[in-house]
Design a protein around this ligand. Structure first.
Ligand code: SAH
Length: 342
């Protein structure tokens, strides 16, 4: 089996280069090239013999741009990437004042089954390798010619369901010899795998953890997020509090407002109560306007604002996420779904 070179750390690449009978310093040169998305003839200062030897033992799995939708409203770019085996994933490039952010995928499909999410409708096909996660950033930087300074793992897939590759990716992306994106500029979003949240708290990685909560009681949460039958709200929020105690990093909670499901004023009050029952520092809630999928309907902006104001009046930090790329279906899973349907 060939090495997936984008999943290799610099020390692993150094060992490989030595095995191929070349000097160790070549590894750093190669590492620099692959992080720019260059391979083969493009690696200009690498001798032809070594390029060929690398080609024989390594696979360079850079995601290929299959489709590229640019928002006329805010310049957000949505990519449909093709992987080496023909599977497709999505990434979204967003411009913010504090820098460019890329939202990346962690799996092809997803098996978590959340009712409002397009990524999970046909289940999980496979996990992405660490290099395929990194490759989305490299390809987007190459395509735009701009540096990406922030990454959110909020695309297709459940990052903690692909735990080892996610951890490896976090180490690769923050490596000073590689893309050098600081861990504090990276958010990992999870639907709430409690055992993995506990494991993550011991890794010593100062990322931001976001939890997709979406409900204020178990009845509603279990109806829209099957994971809640395994780890209910009490188990989840207790794990979040343990995570904070261990790492000192605050967790932010995502809450998608769905009309007639979880968007009432009474719901806001119940949400504030349940959060305060478990989370002792001021909780932060990120309210997400729903992108309508199948039977779920978007809350009115009047309800969204009322919900937000109620949370704030009860001492919860609440913000409404700006909707970027609303003209290009920028929320996760929708583009891949259109392409696999064909
Ligand atoms: N599996 C991870 C990360 C991917 S989803 C997670 O569950 O957090 C990223 C975020 O988008 C999650 O908060 C998810 O609940 C939300 N999301 C999924 N489908 C959505 C939709 N149709 N409208 C709005 N938000 C959605």
């Amino acid at each position: 089996m060939k090495h997936d070179i984008l999943s290799m750390t610099l020390p692993e690449l150094e060992a490989l280069v030595l095995e191929l009978g070349e000097s160790k310093f070549r590894a750093k040169q190669i590492y620099g090239w692959i992080c720019k998305g260059a391979w083969g003839d493009e690696m200009k200062n690498i001798p032809t013999r070594l390029r060929q030897a690398l080609d024989d033992v390594c696979e360079f799995r850079l995601p290929k741009v299959l489709k590229r939708l640019v928002s006329q409203i805010d310049g957000t770019i949505k990519y449909l990437f093709e992987l080496i085996d023909g599977e497709c994933i999505e990434s979204v490039f967003m411009r913010y004042e504090h820098g460019n952010t890329l939202c990346i995928s962690s799996q092809v499909g997803c098996r978590m089954g959340c009712k409002f999410c397009a990524s999970t409708i046909d289940g999980r096909v496979r996990d992405l390798s660490a290099g395929e996660m990194l490759g989305q950033i490299i390809s987007a930087q190459r395509d735009t010619g701009e540096r990406i300074s922030n990454v959110v793992m909020m695309g297709i897939g459940e990052p903690l369901d692909n735990y080892d590759n996610t951890i490896k990716f976090l180490k690769l992306v923050s490596s000073p010899d590689g893309l050098n994106i600081g861990l504090r500029h990276i958010s990992v979003s999870s639907c709430g795998l409690v055992d993995k949240i506990d494991k993550l708290s011991h890794e010593g990685l100062p990322i931001t953890l976001s939890i997709s909560l979406h409900a204020y009681d178990d009845e509603i949460r279990s109806a829209i997020m099957p994971i809640n039958n395994k780890y209910n709200i009490e188990a989840l929020l207790s794990a979040c509090e343990r995570y904070f105690e261990k790492t000192g990093r605050r967790i932010s909670f995502e809450y998608t407002l769905i009309a007639d499901k979880n968007d009432t004023i009474e719901g806001a009050t119940r949400l504030a109560q349940v959060l305060k029952g478990y989370i002792h520092s001021t909780p932060h809630v990120n309210l997400i306007p729903l992108n309508e999928v199948e039977s779920t309907r978007l809350s009115t902006s009047k309800n969204v604002n009322a919900f937000k104001n109620k949370l704030i009046s009860l001492g919860i930090n609440a913000t409404v996420r700006r909707r970027l790329g609303s003209d290009i279906n920028a929320s996760c899973g929708q583009l891949r779904r259109q392409s696999t349907k064909k």
